[in-house]
Design a protein around this ligand. Structure first.
Ligand SMILES: [Zn+2]
Ligand SMILES: [Zn+2]
Length: 517
């Protein structure tokens, strides 16, 4: 959920449960550091380490030692989940459909994954005990029949999506309440993913400045995103009412949403031009054609020539897994990447550069050390000069440079640079003073895209009520705070600190690590 929207709608009276929490609990909002992106947030909360340590980034995973991509899986996340430490301390756990949280018998308790996940590609539906999830689905209703990505951004499908998400929230809440009311747990960890789906597909409904906003559509569909947030607010109220006065509740908003404006679709060509110029080649060598993988070239010569309405009709007939596989094939460009100085990795709403580094990549071209630094710095200098050609405003919001945090030779399948684009307006053309104009309208079905801000709310008898500004607050701090509130010491180093001392008037004590004495 987006923390700004939650605050705004809570103050406007749409979210009474959140409003009550903002008044009675201790809470803080924070911006995620630049190396975090949406796919990294849940693995970081679950393990308490940064993306550079858990090594999980997004759906399309770059395979180190090759120039290939593959579909990622939840077991690509490195590190132990924090509930392992709870389980080893004898605490009884319930892990209820939390993104990237794979059920494992060694943790015991009740665990399920895949009842309704936005990132359903990450794992297979499963549970501990093995028949637990099927029993829940029988009792409370099955998950959604379709992914949010199966609903085109048109009035009727959006109305259907809104109804489906509201029904999923209702069923999930009934399921969670029934589990919360049982006296057999010490740690209860659950997530709602429906707000993520609504943020991507329905952002434009309430954003009058969005190019896809339509009054007619709004009149029929209603404020879909706000209604989904309201349903979550009502659910939160019901869940909190299940807890007695001895229960501590920690609510966190993983990341936010905003309009889906970026230059990720223009970035591969920008990078190619930059690489040509760095090689001091002639400007007229510029151009995309011939630089894509064979699948993408064939795709552009065939499928891309069909009318858009035909393409979309066929697209929505294919299962979402098939569409993901086809998209993966379109991104594959091993031969081209092996010859380049660097290449762009596919990301959602931001851009990432993998330098073709010698002794890291099979056919690396940029030497580790001075050459890598010089290349990276030239690229950074070029990036910060980029403007939106339609408005002459800078387009780069922030850049993460991995070599400032670790040795770039050891980044696994990660990126050397991450580029965040400003979201104020659509970016249909980039202008570079040295590399010229790069033009192509953005396409795609997401009208909303991730914004890297989050919030943590702690409801506790000793809470210092109201908003707290916590400099340096970060996702692994959420993990550390959960552990301290549960009286459990992490068994391996996590990258954050508990914030209990800033949020509570009395800090809970932490037990010993088993076997550490
Ligand atoms: Zn979804
Ligand atoms: Zn997303």
């Amino acid at each position: 959920m987006d923390s700004e929207l939650v605050r705004h709608w809570a103050m406007a009276g749409f979210l009474p449960a959140f409003r009550k929490l903002f008044e009675s609990a201790a809470w803080t909002e924070y911006t995620h550091p630049l190396e975090y992106s949406s796919g990294t947030i849940w693995p970081s909360v679950n393990t308490g380490v940064s993306p550079l340590r858990h090594g999980f980034y997004s759906l399309f995973r770059f395979c180190e030692g090759t120039y290939r991509l593959r579909l990622a899986r939840a077991d690509d996340v490195r590190g132990d989940p924090f509930w392992k430490w709870f389980a080893r301390r004898g605490k009884r756990i319930v892990i209820a459909d939390v993104p990237f949280a794979i059920p494992k018998s060694e943790f015991g308790g009740k665990q399920f994954w895949g009842w309704n996940q936005h990132d359903s590609w990450a794992w297979r539906r499963s549970s501990i005990p093995s028949d637990f999830l099927s029993g829940l689905s029988r009792e409370f209703g099955p998950p959604l029949a379709k992914s949010c990505k199966d609903y085109p951004i048109r009035t009727r499908p959006l109305l259907q999506l809104k109804r489906a998400l509201l029904e999923a929230i209702r069923r999930r809440t009934a399921m969670l309440k029934s589990l919360l009311l049982l006296p057999d747990w010490d740690l209860f960890y659950a997530a709602y993913t429906e707000t993520h789906c609504a943020g991507h597909r329905m952002w434009h409904l309430g954003d009058e400045s969005h190019p896809q906003h339509s009054r007619e559509q709004l009149a029929v569909v209603g404020h879909g995103l706000r209604e989904v947030y309201q349903a979550i607010d009502q659910s939160l109220n019901e869940l909190l009412e299940c807890a007695d006065e001895n229960t501590t509740s920690l609510i966190f908003l993983s990341h936010g949403m905003g309009p889906n404006f970026h230059a990720a679709h223009l970035f591969p060509e920008f990078l190619e031009r930059f690489n040509r110029s760095w090689e001091e080649k002639m400007l007229h060598h510029f151009g995309r054609h011939g630089h894509d993988g064979w699948f993408e070239s064939a795709w552009q010569k065939s499928v891309w020539r069909l009318p858009v309405s035909w393409r979309n009709r066929v697209k929505y007939l294919l299962p979402v897994r098939m569409r993901e596989w086809l998209t993966l094939q379109r991104y594959q460009a091993s031969r081209q990447w092996s010859r380049e100085l660097s290449f762009s990795l596919p990301k959602d709403g931001f851009s990432a550069v993998r330098v073709n580094m010698a002794n890291r990549e099979p056919d690396g071209r940029v030497q580790h050390g001075a050459e890598y630094r010089s290349y990276t710095e030239s690229l950074l200098a070029e990036l910060i000069q980029l403007t939106n050609a339609e408005h002459a405003q800078p387009v780069v919001d922030g850049i993460f440079r991995v070599d400032q945090q670790m040795n770039p030779a050891r980044i696994g399948g990660g990126s050397d640079l991450v580029v965040w684009w400003k979201k104020q307006r659509p970016i249909n053309a980039l202008h570079s003073p040295t590399l010229g104009l790069i033009e192509r309208p953005q396409s795609g079905d997401h009208t909303g895209e991730h914004v890297m801000r989050g919030a943590m709310i702690v409801s506790h008898p000793k809470a210092e009520r109201g908003e707290h500004t916590i400099p340096g607050m970060n996702i692994p701090d959420v993990t550390a705070t959960i552990c301290q509130l549960g009286g459990v010491r992490p068994e391996s180093a996590i990258a954050g600190s508990s914030r209990c001392s800033q949020l509570l008037s009395e800090t809970p004590s932490i037990g010993h690590v088993p076997g550490a004495d």
